[in-house]
Each structure stands twice: as structure tokens, then as C-alpha cells.
Design a protein around this ligand. Structure first.
Ligand code: B16
Ligand code: MG
Length: 997
């Protein structure tokens, strides 16, 4: 699989592959949240694009619109490719060393997830026959902000050679420009970074530069040490340093014989800030940091790096028992997400991390919805820092809200410094949902961490200003519903719509949370919040009212939530007529062509159903997932992980795993073909989301922590830890059971943690654990009525026949087969459709009523003798075993029929079909049945005689028994088929449950 070796703790490549060099540069990036070094080779060749980035350091340039309108974003912002410290050029016997031309005997590059180093080893033979081992190492320090350290060594194992090595700071690299792809490419008209100072010393140098327009300045200092080891160690290889344009290079020379080694260590420090900030001397800071790192030496920095990573992995590792490839991919992803996160409260996490220039180093909602969950539950300090960044740009967001004629704060869709920089407003500025996404991430962080100080200040201010935005943006319609017009949801293949369901749902959550948070503040905090943001009680009431009246589109015909108000009116995209090469659609069709169809780039409503999990029934989620999935292209890399989580939730394990594979290996396999422009950080974070929220079924809605585990077939286990309740919750899943444990540093100060395993509430005291079985155990049997308990199909047939004949329509026993298990109204629909007839709602109601009158009258003939054979015996057996019996009939006459059959007492639990949204084959009836019985759905067996019923049971994730009768049609999908219930005992059902997953 892929071009990389399988190593659980490293990404390893053992061959040079000029074709894949671009994506390799992204994959082999080392970064520290503030500084990113792309994985370009030390010699600078072969290379797709050499890159060094400082998170938050950018240049801006006016956006040139062909036609401009008020309030358009004014400036592009582009994270700059800054002077490069990675180059080490080597000359041997006067000839430049080239990876492409050398006679290479061994090659290996390794990105080590535990030491944080990129290590390359090359063994090669010189023209003279001498043999050399070249080892290079680099790291971007987590412990020392914006410091990188390099170790370069060349050892001769045979022969001798004259060696020269050149390294310094190269001012040459620029940002990538020309590209047809709107997702990449800087827009500079002039060189963005102007060198202002270049100084050299024998052992290093300093460069300073400032941006042309964004008012920022940077400094970069390097210190180089060299020595020769081997037969006899000599100190301080002397060398010279030279300036070359905006660059400088130190040269070190040595004559090496077999067994001797020339070693260079280089410490580099970057600093940046506002140009002209008199309080700071960036050069002095950079030099001091480089000196200190140089004195400490490379191995000391590696030790620091290991300590940081040991602690990260202790909290964040996700262990999959069953596949080394998956472990590697998950750790690779986590490592990159950890490397990408800004740590200073002033920077966030770029969509591509610090691995490339795609999306120009911008921050989007990716941080809050995709990356923050990882940090909230593994490194809360980093989650806090990322959210503090949002607080730091609150003033810019307030200003943006004013420009957009709103109150409160409107966070920019994409930005570096807080100002909106999206040049395409329909899929940019219009994504107001980012306000609610940020609020959501803050809400989660608080619920998991209990960070009171953050709640009282930063969180409260964000809560108020975002709630204000929604309260002002929406309008009450004539129907009293609170509506939000003309926004774009997460799915960018629909734009500028009314009542985007995701936006409204998340806004509702935002409004409610803000009201609760403000109400829960201690008096003093409330007062200082009041003076900071001028809050009145009536305003909070207004939020609650708007939340209570929020419009959420619902289509009663299909029973799904349309993505927006107009969604159901639009035609479906012609998927069958769209060849593979036309994807992603955004590169082949005008936006309007896409917008006017039902086609999704990524989940929208389905994402809301994940994030706001408890607000939707399972049946609703199943319907919605099934409706949207075939319409979702996955053109966004943010798509797959959400599809995976929701497929897992609705019990579609095959799909859950397929989508997981797409997200977990997105960049390793270059699924989107653009890894060279930088890695897809949200998708990488998404693999953690898929595993934890998908396979472990973790949900954290509204501060309630629950798990509903479902391991993929290929895995034997999954374990991880989450930071909650002041300690670490350990979750260890095996095929048969799950073990929850709770550890805290100091037991006496912590209370118990309340959790839910499925629907079972339990609490864990510090130091304790609890184990739950995951095996299916028979708890409830859900019985269909007609065809299973009694045979009223004939009576239904006669009643319909009489009615339909009177209308002069055709109706026969074959058509009647299709009505089995189907509701009265839907049955009439089938009859009319078969006759090619349409009727008004009132005509339909009248016909259905008359049919029912005939049917009810015919029920008088039913007696206890009409109970089908085997029914009473099975019911008696269930009672003895304490297994619930539930009636899940589509018939509204079921209670009357039970009474006539003398079975009312046997069925204390009867699902009322008039209380459900969709009948069979929708699983709702059966899921309700399980709920009524208080049984977990996988512990239920459903018994049905109709195909629609078997489909419904399977969709509910339950075991299905089909009653086919004598010579009846085969029921597809039934786990077991019987002629009558005579063939079934409780033991049979128990064994049936054991045999299926
Ligand atoms: P009612 P089941 C179903 O019963 C019948 O099979 C189906 O033909 C009928 O239309 C439906 O009940 C509705 O019945 O008109 O009495 O509400 O198989 O789900 O028990
Ligand atoms: Mg039936």
C-alpha cells in the first residue's frame, strides 16, 4: 500500500522518486506550530517547491475585482515563504553532489513521530571509488519557539575525499504563483518580502526583512558549528562565510579519509512582529535564541523534542489492534495535526498546516470543527490557545459585522490576521456558520476542561458577540418562525440559500449556549462582561426566543431535512452522465451550474446531525444519511470523515470503514492529487474523529459523554485516552467488550466522572474502571401483526377491493402483495400509482377512511382462534426469559385486533404508528419499539412477513426473522426464514443473535 515503508512510528521512504517529490515535501514537513520546514532535500534538488513558513507571517495585496461592490474583502493575505535554512550543498573532490546523479547505494528518509526529526541517510560511491555516508537531521523545536536545528554529517567508509559544504540562510525561495487551481497560488504583483539587513560572521549570520504592505518584519539568525571526528578528533573546523545577494553561506572544508567524519550543526531562530515595534528588537531576539540553541547542541534539542512528543503520545495515541498500516497512518496524521497548531494564542491552524502554500496559509472553520476536538480531548492547552486566537481577532470580527450591517461579531471565513480575505463571497463571507462553529468549539472545550477562567472572559465575549450576530441576522416570518436568509452552509455546492439547516441548527445551539453561559457566570464576571460588551437581560431573552422559534426545514413527504428551503425544488445533478474526470465539479462547471442542482461537495445537514447528535432521532439520521449520501461527491477532503462517522452511527459498517480509509490515507495516497500544495489537515484530524466518534461512538453533546462502540471487522481492538473531568478517561475496545477507566493526577481533588455506555449511565471514580460486554443479548422481540400474529391480509384486500372497484380502478391480489406492511395512506398511494392516477389530499383521506370503515367492520369475524400457530408458545417463552414482546405493526387498528385475538395482555408494548414520521421500510417503527422496551437496538429481533418490514428491521441494525408461510415469496435480507412461528423458540432467537454482528 503506497510508496512508504510500514513503520508504526515513522514515515519511511527508501527510494528517490522525482515524480512524487512535491507530495513528499509536504509529507516530510517538520513543524512546531509556529515554524514549518517543508521536506525539501538539503541539496535543494530534486525539488518541487522549497518552503519555510512562519505561522501568521503574511503579506497582503489588494484584491483586484473586475467589478467590485460594497463590503467585499479588500486584501489577499498570503503566508510567506521566508528565507530558507535547510540548504546544505556538498562538493566532493570539487564536484557538486547531486542526488539525481550520484551512484547511490542506499537511501532512506524517515520522519520520526517520536523524536520529531526528519532523518535522511544516503550511502553513495564517489567517482574516485571512495564510499561516503551522508546523514542529515532536522527538527523544528516544540520547546523553543521558532527555532530549528540541523545536523549534517558526512563519513567516509572507504577511500578519501576533499569535502566542502555550504550552508547558511538562502533568501531565494518565493511563494508559488501561477496556477489554474483557485486553491493555490499567491497573487503578488511585486516581491513581497524586502530584505533590510544581512550580516555575517565566521560561524553564521543574520537576515532581516520586512513585508511590503502588511507592516510585518522578520529576522532569522543562524549559528553553525563544525568538527571532524574519526581516527583523531580535531576541534573547530574553520571556514569562511560569504554573502550572495540576499543570502549568506558558510563554507566548511575538510580532507577526509576512511573512518573520518565531518559534522555540521546549525541552529536557526526566526522572530517576527509588527514592523517598527519599538518594544522589540527582532534581530537581538533571534540571535539570542539561535545562540542558546547552538550552545545546547542538536542532541539536547532532540531530547527536548522527545520529551514533548512523549507527553503528546501519552495523551493522544490511538492504538488500533489489527493493522500496522492504519496505526502508522493515524499516528502520521496526529503528528501533523500536532505540528500544525499555533501555540501562542495569536495564531491558529492553517488549512494545510505549515506544509505548503495551498489556501495561502489561511485559517478556516477547519480548526474549530475538525482539529479542536483532538486538542480539547488530548491537549486542552492547545485547544485553549487556538480558541484564544479567535478571541484575539474579536475586534476585527466586530468590525466585519458592522460592514455587513450586523450587530455582534462576524468571524471571517478565511483569514490570517482576522480580516476577511475571501475574494469569492458566495462560498466565503456567506458562510456565516463559522460564528456558530467557533462557539461550538468553545462550548465543547469548556464542557471537557471546566476552564472557568476562559469561560468568564474569552468564551463569554465570544458567546455574546456570536449570539448577537444571529439574533440580528434572522427575521421572524409570518408563521412566527425565526428564519435566516441568504447564507451558505458548509456544503459549498449550494450557495446563498434561505434557512440552511446546518446554519440554523448551529445558530440555535449558539444562541442557547450563549444564554446559558451568561446566566451561569458568577456575579463579578457577569458585571465585567456587561461592561465589556454592554449586555442587557432582554437581549438574552431575545436569544432564547429566536432559538425556540428557529426554522429547520423538513419535508414531510420524504421525512428528511432538506439542506435549505429551496433544496427540494432543485433537480438532482446528473451523476450518471458525469464521468470521473469531471470531478471535482468545481474545476469543471460554473458555480451557477452546480448551485442549481441537488449535489453536495460535503455533508451539510448530516454534519449537523453529528455535531448536534442528541437533537435527532436515529431514524431521522438514517433517513437523512441515505438521502444525502448518493448526492454527496466528496469533492471536499472534509467530507469523508463525517460520512464515516455517520455511516458508523447508522450501522453501515462497510461504508464507515471505506470512508475512514479515504480520510486516514488522504495524503499518504494523495487521494485528491494535490498533496504537493500541502497536507489536508482537517481530513487528517478527521481520521481521529472517525475512529473516536465513529468506531468508538463517542458523543459529547451538551456536556454528556457517551459511547456506542462498533469496531470495524478488520480490527481486534482500539484504545485511546480523552482528557475530561480533570483527568484522563481511558477507552479500550476489544471485539467483545469495552473497558472504561479514569485516571487523575491527584485523586483527592477530583470527583467521579459520569458517562454513558450506550444508554446506560454510570460513574467512574478516580482510579476505577468499568467493563461492558459488546455481545448481543436478547432483550426484546418486535412483532409485526398482519402475517405474523394473525392473517388480516385477506380482510385488508377485501376492504381495498370493494373501495377500489367502486372507483372503477384495477386492483388484484398481486398488487395487494405490495401493500403488506405498508401504511394505509401509502397503500392508497401504491394503488393510485399503479393506476396512473393522481388525487387531491382530501379525496385520498376520504377513500382511506371508507376503506378503513369496511376493514374495521370485517374485523368482527376475528376470534382467539385466528392467532397463527406458534405465536402463543413463543410469547410464553419470552415471558419466562424476561424478554420483552413489542408490537411494531403499521396498522392503526392493531390494539383492536389484539383485543379480538385475546392478546392485549401479552403485548403491553405497542408502537403507535400514527406517532412516527415514516412507515416501513423506514426503520422508525422498529427503533421506537426498541426504545419502548428500553432495549439496545442490537439486542432486538424483529419478526416480519413483508419485504418492507425486513428492510426496516435491517435498517434498524436488528436481527431479522422472515415469516414466509407456505410457498410464500423469499424475504431478502432476513437472517433466518421460517414458515411459521412454530419453528421458533427463545433459544433459537438467542443463538441467532450470537451468530450475527
Ligand atoms: P391500518 P402489519 C399492515 O399491518 C398491513 O400489512 C398493511 O396491509 C396495512 O395497510 C397496514 O397494516 C395499515 O393498516 O389500515 O389498519 O392502519 O403487517 O404492519 O401488521
Ligand atoms: Mg405484516
Amino acid at each position: 500500500m503506497g510508496a512508504y515503508e510500514i513503520d508504526e512510528w515513522a514515515l519511511v521512504k527508501t527510494s528517490l522518486d522525482p515524480e512524487g517529490i512535491g507530495s513528499e515535501e509536504s509529507l516530510f514537513t517538520v513543524a512546531s506550530g509556529g515554524l514549518g520546514l517543508r521536506g525539501d532535500h538539503e541539496e535543494g534538488d530534486p525539488s518541487f517547491h522549497r518552503g519555510t513558513y512562519l505561522n501568521g507571517f503574511f503579506e497582503q495585496e489588494t484584491i483586484n475585482y473586475g467589478e467590485i461592490a460594497y463590503g467585499y474583502a479588500e486584501n489577499h493575505q498570503t503566508m510567506l515563504n521566508v528565507p530558507d535554512a535547510k540548504l546544505f550543498r556538498l562538493e566532493l573532490d570539487g564536484h557538486p553532489f547531486s542526488l539525481k546523479l550520484a551512484r547511490i547505494d542506499r537511501y532512506e528518509r524517515r520522519l520520526d513521530f517520536r523524536s520529531g526529526e526528519l532523518v535522511r541517510m544516503v550511502t553513495f560511491t564517489l567517482a574516485s571509488g571512495a564510499v561516503a555516508e551522508l546523514e542529515t537531521r532536522r527538527l523544528a523545536s516544540f520547546a523553543r519557539p521558532l527555532v530549528a536545528s540541523f545536523r549534517w554529517s558526512l563519513r567516509l567508509t572507504e577511500g578519501c575525499a576533499e569535502v566542502s559544504v555550504f550552508t547558511g540562510i538562502d533568501g531565494g525561495p518565493r511563494n508559488l504563483t501561477a496556477a489554474d487551481d483557485p486553491r493555490v497560488g499567491a497573487k503578488f504583483s511585486e516581491r513581497p518580502l524586502i530584505p533590510t539587513r544581512l550580516e555575517v560572521a565566521e560561524d553564521g549570520g543574520l537576515v532581516e526583512a520586512r513585508t511590503r504592505r502588511s507592516g510585518l518584519a522578520m529576522a532569522c539568525a543562524a549559528r553553525i558549528r563544525a568538527w571532524r571526528t574519526g581516527v583523531a578528533r580535531t576541534e573547530g573546523e574553520r571556514g569562511t562565510t560569504m554573502k550572495l545577494g540576499d543570502s549568506f553561506f558558510c563554507v566548511r572544508r575538510a580532507s577526509l579519509s576512511a573512518g573520518e567524519e565531518l559534522v555540521l550543526e546549525k541552529a536557526v531562530a526566526y522572530r517576527w512582529g509588527l514592523a517598527g515595534d519599538e518594544g522589540r528588537d527582532l534581530a537581538v531576539e533571534a540571535v539570542a535564541a539561535a545562540d542558546s540553541a547552538s550552545e545546547a547542541g542538536y542532541s539536547a534539542l532532540t531530547a527536548e523534542q522527545r520529551r514533548e512528543l512523549d507527553s503528546f503520545w501519552r495523551d493522544a495515541d490511538l492504538f488500533v489492534d489489527g493493522s500496522a498500516e492504519i496505526r502508522q497512518a493515524l499516528r502520521f496524521n496526529l503528528f501533523h495535526v500536532f505540528q500544525a497548531a499555533g501555540r501562542d494564542g495569536r495564531t491558529s491552524l492553517c488549512a494545510k498546516g505549515l506544509t505548503g502554500e495551498g489556501y495561502q496559509g489561511h485559517y478556516f472553520w477547519d480548526t474549530e470543527i475538525y482539529a479542536c476536538p483532538i486538542f480539547t480531548y488530548t491537549r486542552p492547552d492547545l485547544a485553549r490557545s487556538l480558541l484564544a486566537y479567535r478571541h484575539s481577532i474579536l475586534d476585527a470580527a466586530r468590525e466585519r459585522a458592522r460592514v455587513m450591517s450586523q450587530r455582534g461579531a462576524l468571524f471571517p471565513w478565511r483569514t490570517i490576521d482576522g480580516r476577511e480575505t475571501s475574494a469569492y463571497y458566495p462560498a466565503g463571507t456567506a458562510q456565516y456558520h463559522i460564528d456558530a462553529d467557533i462557539a461550538y468549539a468553545v462550548q465543547k472545550y469548556l464542557a471537557a476542561s471546566g476552564d472557568g477562567a476562559f469561560a468568564e472572559k474569552e468564551a463569554a465575549e465570544i458567546a455574546v458577540e456570536t449570539a448577537r450576530l444571529w439574533a440580528g441576522l434572522g427575521r421572524y416570518g409570518e408563521d412566527g418562525l425565526f428564519r435566516i436568509h441568504c447564507v451558505t452552509g458548509p456544503d459549498e455546492y449550494s450557495a446563498l440559500v434561505d434557512d440552511n439547516a446546518y446554519t440554523n441548527l448551529m445558530a440555535r445551539n449558539n444562541l442557547r449556549w450563549a444564554a446559558c453561559l451568561v446566566d451561569s457566570l458568577p456575579q463579578a464576571a457577569r458585571e465585567s462582561l456587561g461592561s465589556a460588551v454592554g449586555l442587557r437581560d432582554e437581549e438574552i431573552e431575545g436569544w432564547r426566543r429566536a432559538a425556540g422559534a428557529m426554522a429547520v426545514p423538513f419535508d414531510p413527504v420524504t421525512g428528511i431535512h432538506p439542506q435549505d428551503d429551496g433544496f427540494m425544488n432543485r433537480p438532482d445533478w446528473d451523476f450518471a452522465g458525469t464521468p470521473r474526470e469531471k470531478y471535482p465539479l468545481l474545476l469543471h462547471f460554473h458555480p451557477l451550474v452546480i448551485y442549481r442542482h441537488r449535489v453536495l461537495k460535503q455533508p451539510d445537514l448530516v454534519l449537523a446531525e453529528f455535531l448536534l447528535s442528541a437533537e435527532f432521532s436515529r431514524a431521522q439520521k438514517i433517513r437523512d444519511f441515505r438521502f444525502y449520501e448518493p448526492r454527496t461527491t466528496g469533492d471536499s477532503s472534509l467530507s469523508h470523515c463525517i460520512q464515516s462517522v455517520m455511516a458508523a452511527e447508522i450501522g453501515d459498517h462497510g461504508k464507515a470503514y471505506d470512508y475512514f480509509l479515504k480520510t486516514v490515507r488522504m495524503d499518504l495516497d494523495d487521494v485528491h492529487g494535490n498533496a504537493r500544495d500541502g497536507l489536508h489537515l482537517a481530513a487528517m484530524a478527521g481520521s481521529w474523529i472517525s475512529a473516536v466518534y465513529g468506531f468508538a461512538g463517542f458523543r459529547d453533546y451538551d456536556g454528556r459523554f457517551s459511547f456506542d462502540p462498533r469496531l470495524p471487522d478488520d480490527w481486534k481492538g482500539l484504545s485511546f485516552r480523552l482528557a475530561v473531568g480533570g483527568g484522563r478517561l481511558g477507552v479500550e475496545l476489544s471485539r467483545d467488550e469495552v473497558r472504561y477507566s479514569f485516571e487523575v493526577d491527584r485523586k483527592e481533588t477530583r470527583g467521579s466522572l459520569t458517562l454513558f455506555h450506550r444508554d446506560t449511565e454510570f460513574s467512574l471514580a478516580p482510579g476505577k474502571h468499568r467493563v461492558f460486554s459488546l455481545k448481543r443479548q436478547l432483550r426484546a422481540v418486535l412483532f409485526d401483526l398482519d402475517g405474523v400474529i394473525t392473517d388480516t391480509a385477506r380482510l385488508h384486500y377485501l376492504a381495498w377491493k370493494a373501495e377500489v372497484d367502486a372507483l372503477g380502478l384495477k386492483f388484484d391480489e398481486k398488487l395487494n402483495e405490495r401493500l403488506k406492511g405498508v401504511s394505509r395512506e401509502a397503500s392508497l398511494g401504491i394503488i393510485l400509482e399503479a393506476n396512473g392516477l393522481e388525487m387531491t389530499a382530501s379525496e385520498r383521506i376520504a377513500i382511506a377512511r371508507r376503506k378503513n370503515e369496511r376493514y374495521v367492520a370485517s374485523l368482527d369475524v376475528l376470534t382467539e382462534r385466528d392467532v397463527l400457530s406458534g405465536v402463543r408458545e413463543l410469547l410464553a417463552g419470552l415471558r419466562v426469559h424476561g424478554v420483552s414482546a413489542v408490537l411494531t405493526s403499521a396498522s392503526k387498528n392493531a390494539p383492536r385486533i389484539l383485543e379480538r385475538l385475546g392478546l392485549s395482555k401479552e403485548f403491553e408494548l405497542v408502537v403507535d404508528p400514527s406517532s412516527i414520521v415514516k412507515g416501513k421500510p423506514d426503520p422508525e417503527l422498529f427503533l421506537r419499539g426498541a426504545e419502548l422496551a428500553g432495549a439496545y437496538r442490537l439486542d432486538c429481533v424483529g419478526i416480519e412477513d413483508a419485504q418492507a418490514g425486513i428492510d426496516a428491521i435491517r435498517a434498524a441494525g436488528m436481527a431479522a426473522v422472515g415469516v414466509c408461510g407456505e410457498g410464500g415469496p423469499e424475504l431478502i435480507g432476513a437472517h433466518r426464514s421460517v414458515k411459521s412461528l412454530n419453528e421458533l423458540t427463545v433459544e433459537h432467537l438467542e443463538r441467532l443473535l450470537e451468530s450475527i454482528r
